[in-house]
Ligand binder design. Structure first.
Ligand SMILES: [Zn+2]
Ligand SMILES: [Zn+2]
Length: 747
């Protein structure tokens, strides 16, 4: 029996519910079957950074509410994730503490998992993994070899920052104003062999698919915008220019009506024909300098970006000679191509023209009319993409070892798949200077897999961005099957593509590259069942959480610690407040107002409901009174139906702030119903009290995805025979069928 008027003791309620969930294994992903939809909700993969921050709380509160909602509607739900555990932040933290990064990662992971459980996130915790585990990065190595064999990974020189004092390459975030973060000496740029991921073969398909993703209605505007931005598509025209000596260039411009106004041709330093236009010794030297001078960091600023005049010309569309220039400005706008410089209509071209003597261009006078140009024949409609291949290797110790052996006679030789994983020494202590991997003979010295002669292992590691290319896959494979079947397990066909990715607005780059690699794996074979090559059927990006209008930072002293909030108010209040305070597309400017609002609502609902549950038996049944208030009960039911319809719709669209607003409104209406009946008849009849409790129970059911602990407890305390059975079920949802493949419910 329910205890009359118990206090709302969030800590006690939440601890009790957590225990029950863990004991019953409520959130274990069921074996996916045929009998109902299989829904994989993919949250972002956190870095093992030390603590959950409010951005995580926002991310997982949205994802968890959605996962619980889909479960409550009868779907088979997989809600799982792994830690993105390799990379520089963990390595730097380990250097600072002088402990192996593996140890640091484990400490952080355990702490973060504890925080997640405390917040009631319904992950399948048995499926959690770390990208730095051998069993996991073995598959990063497999992916590397697979893409290498398919020609989608290649080695080329790249420019990297190098510190002579520390004898190490630096990541760009380790370079501050051209100086080393550690020793503050000036860094210089060096060229060194680097591994690249080839993404160009799939750019066009990524582009095409964006329309379909948008049409599905499951990708929000922010996530679509990031995909378009990263792609950097420019529509325009191209035409062939001929030099007369057999040399030809295909040039692009987005200005289709101004082609006749061209006054130069601009080549990317990475254009395949650039050497043909650099015959002159001095030009070649200038180009080499341009390359080693860091053009990869190409400023988009046309007034500062380097430019080399080749001294050569090519006849333009009207026959006049156009100077041929080389500048990474092209890359930053249209990718590694050739473009027509038309300063009369293009501001960046005008800025560049002003810096090159040979280009004749007079900027128009103030107020002068825009020029018009004669049409040019033979233009072909076309497009260019700014997105391009990117480097995937780093000269750092805390990362997936690249499965390659460098042999003096054979060159770089891939490690045979049977010899995977190439194990990263667990006891390795990274240092700020040098690469500790390179200093370990037990790691470096091996026999060449091809000729058997002594050779050296590659000591570069894979950037954690590479591990992330498939971090959305492992949760869909039962842990015990991952060693053998990471990319071939039959469950993958049921869970993939993920129904919804929920991630921060800065995840666009990861998602873009995951979309590329899914297409590659479709063509190679393992993901042939995903015809579209899209890993996520739906995607919700949310903005970040700030405080006092500014980004949270230790430096500003405005960091909000979720642990303290949970301690003070309970997890349900924190979740509800984070969801209610702003829609996902808006930046959440944290304030205690939302917290107090959420807490007041939960306390109010708790006390009000328990009072009504306890008072039910005291209401006498009087047929005459019941008949007199029947229209009021009808109206209450209508309120419930309408409210529920809106809440269902908004939750399905992951607009949780609207759902919660409607939940609070429904509560007001339920209170209103009682006031009206009392005003008319002086008291509630038994029929009225029952109708009111039915409404409160419906409210608790619909509240469950957002504030699961208190909602469940309310259902159990409702005293209704079916109260406990309603736990985990959306209002109106029949009992969830338990198929043969389901795990047996704990008794
Ligand atoms: Zn240094
Ligand atoms: Zn060899």
């Amino acid at each position: 029996m329910s205890n009359p008027k118990p206090n709302y003791d969030a800590a006690a309620i939440e601890a009790a519910r957590r225990d029950v969930w863990a004991r019953r294994g409520d959130f274990e992903a069921p074996r996916p079957g045929e009998d109902r939809p299989c829904i994989y909700v993919k949250p972002s993969s956190p870095f093992t950074s030390g603590n959950l921050h409010m951005g995580h709380v926002r991310d997982y509160s949205i994802g968890d509410a959605y996962a619980r909602f889909r479960r409550a509607r009868g779907d088979a739900v997989l809600f799982g994730f792994g830690f993105d555990a390799f990379g520089l932040p963990a390595e730097l933290a380990a250097i600072e503490r002088q402990i192996p990064p593996a140890e640091w990662v484990e400490q952080c992971g355990e702490r973060m998992l504890g925080q997640m459980k405390r917040l009631g996130f319904s992950f399948d915790y048995d499926r959690v993994f770390y990208s730095s585990d051998e069993g996991q990065y073995r598959w990063s190595q497999w992916l590397f070899l697979t893409l290498l064999e398919a020609g989608l990974i290649y080695r080329d020189d790249a420019t990297v920052d190098w510190c002579d004092t520390c004898q190490t390459t630096l990541a760009s975030i380790q370079v501050e104003d051209g100086r080393c973060w550690r020793c503050h000496n000036e860094v210089r740029l060096i060229r060194r062999p680097t591994w690249f991921l080839r993404i160009t073969p799939y750019l066009e398909e990524n582009d095409r698919n964006v329309e379909a993703l948008q049409a599905s209605g499951k990708w929000d505007e922010l996530s679509l915008a990031t995909q378009r931005y990263i792609l950097g598509r420019a529509d325009g025209v191209e035409l062939d220019l001929e030099a007369g000596d057999g040399r030809r260039l295909t040039v692009f411009t987005p200005h289709r009506t101004a082609v006749a106004g061209a006054s130069f041709v601009l080549l990317s330093p990475r254009h395949p024909q650039v050497a043909e236009w650099a015959a002159d010794e001095a030009v070649r030297a200038a180009l080499e300098e341009l390359r080693s001078g860091g053009w990869e960091r190409s400023a988009r600023d046309a007034a500062a970006v380097p430019v080399v005049d080749t001294g050569e010309s090519i006849p333009g569309p009207a026959g006049e000679p156009l100077p041929v220039l080389v500048s990474p400005l092209v890359d930053a706008r249209f990718g590694p191509t050739a473009s027509l410089g038309i300063p009369a209509v293009d501001e960046a071209d005008a800025d560049l023209a002003a810096r090159v003597e040979r280009v004749a261009f007079e900027p128009p006078e103030e107020g002068e009319e825009a020029p018009s140009f004669a049409p040019v024949e033979g233009l072909g409609e076309t497009k260019r993409y700014r997105a391009n291949d990117f480097s995937i290797s780093r000269q750092r110790a805390w990362g997936t070892p690249i499965p390659v052996v460098n042999c003096e006679s054979c060159g770089p030789v891939p490690v045979p798949e049977a010899d995977l994983p190439v194990v990263l020494p667990r006891d390795m202590l990274p240092k700020a200077e040098g690469n500790p991997l390179a200093e370990r003979p037990d790691f470096v010295d091996v026999a060449c897999p091809r000729c058997g002669e002594p050779a050296q292992r590659e000591t570069d590691t894979l950037d954690c961005h590479f591990d992330a290319l498939f971090l959305w896959v492992p949760a869909a494979v039962p842990p015990e099957a991952r060693a053998e079947q990471m990319f071939t397990h039959p469950d993958l066909r049921k869970w993939l593509p993920s129904e919804r990715l929920v991630a921060g607005g800065d995840s666009g780059g990861f998602v873009f590259d995951q979309r590329i690699v899914t297409k590659a794996l479709r063509d190679i074979g393992p993901f042939a069942f995903m015809a579209e090559g899209e890993p996520f059927a739906g995607c919700l990006f949310h903005e970040m959480v700030i405080a006092d209008g500014r980004k949270m930072s230790k430096h500003l002293g405005n960091v909000v610690n979720p642990d303290e909030l949970v301690e003070q108010y309970g997890a349900d209040t924190v979740r509800l407040a984070v969801l209610y305070a702003a829609g996902p597309a808006k930046t959440l400017n944290w304030s205690d107002g939302a917290l107090r609002f959420a807490n007041r609502f939960l306390r109010g609902l708790w006390t009000y409901s328990h009072d009504r549950f306890a008072a039910l038996e005291g209401h006498a049944h009087d047929p005459e009174a019941a008949a007199d208030t029947e229209h009021m009960r009808d109206r209450l039911r209508k309120w419930c139906d309408n409210g529920l319809e809106r809440i269902t719709e908004d939750t399905a669209a992951l607009q949780m702030h609207k759902s919660i607003r409607n939940l609070t409104r429904l509560f007001e209406r339920i209170q209103d119903f009682e006031k009206r009946v009392v005003k008319r008849r002086g008291q509630l009849d038994r029929a009225d009290a029952e109708a009111q409790i039915a409404a409160l129970v419906l409210l608790a059911q619909a509240l469950e995805p957002f504030a699961p602990h208190v909602a469940e407890q309310l259902l159990i305390d409702s005293g209704r025979e079916d109260g406990a059975d309603l736990v985990g079920r959306w209002p109106g949802q029949a009992a969830i069928p338990v198929g043969a493949e389901e795990p047996a419910p704990a008794s």
